[in-house]
Design a protein around this ligand. Structure first.
Ligand code: 13P
Length: 344
């Protein structure tokens, strides 16, 4: 095996080792600003920097978090002391990663559907990100569930784009996180989400194989199989665990080392409870690690407490560490609802 392949293999395994998970802190500037707006926090580069500094300097975060996904602006920023964030993470035992897609844009001829852009110039961008410390990358494709959507062409186009991104990452020695997200918004049933997620994942793996992606050197970041947010019938925690793992068993080859779920707008508590249940029921049987790559489910209590104020940094870090610990416990099947974060 070539040294590049070895780097990918070890890199992918490290991202899901020791019951740790990935912290998604790669919100684009508009998304980060939207979250700040809700909390009345000024929306500018310095506040985004200060917020990310609070996160990356959280003591002991590396005990529970294996990697952190940064955004283009963030990977170029430093702590107040002038240390680049990628270096601060590495020193904390956390692998730095980078979001490299340029966002989901309206798909021509497909009302209500999106195609993720960013392949042009990606080889050059990956080379630069590698030089400034990134060891893995992320690309998100998004599928809404609705009447007659997602279409076959939306699924196939996004799957091929994800696979071409993953191949370029591996060429550059970066572990690709492949994120096809079926959204939870809507009134659809859990069965409908299962059908769409299965279809999406089947297509994604067909394309990953076509593009000769080394499955051992990548991480899949899927949605959990959930009832639509506005559906009157909500699947139980056990039903979510069963449907999600069975869907993955039917679609994800055993060569993939890890599944790192996105939280997608679930509450922190539900995301942890569902991840925990999957590990309680399937950890010893599943061929891949059942891990997490949460954004909102890890950050929300901390953002709420921080509120843009220096005096709140320690309390916010405490909340972030607590969330990380909860999900680390969920990977071990040891999470209990009593552990859920309680605001003071
Ligand atoms: P959420 O867990 O908030 O969905 O964020 C994960 C992510 O990286 C979305 O691309």
């Amino acid at each position: 095996m070539g040294s590049n392949q070895q780097t990918l293999l070890v890199g992918a395994q490290m991202l899901v080792a020791d019951d740790k998970g990935i912290l998604a802190m790669d919100e684009s500037n508009p998304t980060c600003n939207n979250r700040f707006k809700v909390h009345g926090i000024p929306q500018n580069a310095e506040m985004r920097r200060a917020y990310r500094e609070m996160i990356v300097t959280t003591p002991q975060l590396g005990d529970y978090i294996s990697g952190a996904i940064l955004y283009d602006e963030t990977i170029r920023q430093t702590t107040a002391d002038g240390q680049p964030f990628a270096m601060a993470l590495t020193e904390a035992g956390i692998i730095p990663g980078i979001k490299v897609d340029l966002g989901a844009k309206p798909m021509a001829g497909h009302p209500g559907e999106k195609i993720t852009e960013g392949l042009d110039g990606l080889r050059e961008r990956l080379a630069e990100y590698g030089k400034i410390g990134a060891r893995f990358a992320k690309w998100r494709a998004v599928f809404a569930i609705g009447e007659d959507v997602p279409s076959r062409s939306c699924i196939e186009s996004n799957a091929q784009t994800l696979a071409r991104y993953a191949a370029l990452c591996q060429e550059a020695g970066l572990v690709p996180i492949v994120e096809p997200e079926v959204l939870m918004t809507g009134e659809h049933t859990q069965e409908h989400c299962l059908k769409i997620t299965r279809e999406v994942l089947r297509n994604v793996f067909i394309q990953l194989n076509c593009q000769r992606v080394l499955l051992e050197g990548m991480i899949l970041k899927p949605n959990m199989v959930l009832s639509g947010l506005s559906s009157p019938t909500q699947a139980t925690v056990d039903e979510v665990a069963d449907a999600t793992v069975n869907c993955l068993l039917q679609t994800v080859p055993a060569a993939v080392p890890g599944i790192a779920f996105l939280s997608g707008g679930q509450s922190s508590e539900l995301a942890s409870a569902r991840l925990n249940d999957m590990n309680v029921r399937y950890k010893t049987r599943a061929p891949w690690a059942l891990a997490f790559s949460f954004g909102r489910a890890l950050q929300e209590p901390a953002l709420d407490i921080w509120a843009g104020q220096v005096v709140n940094v320690k309390a916010a870090q405490h909340a972030l560490l607590h969330q990380a610990k909860c999900n680390h416990s969920a990977r071990g099947g040891d999470y209990a609802a009593a552990m859920a974060w309680k605001p003071l």
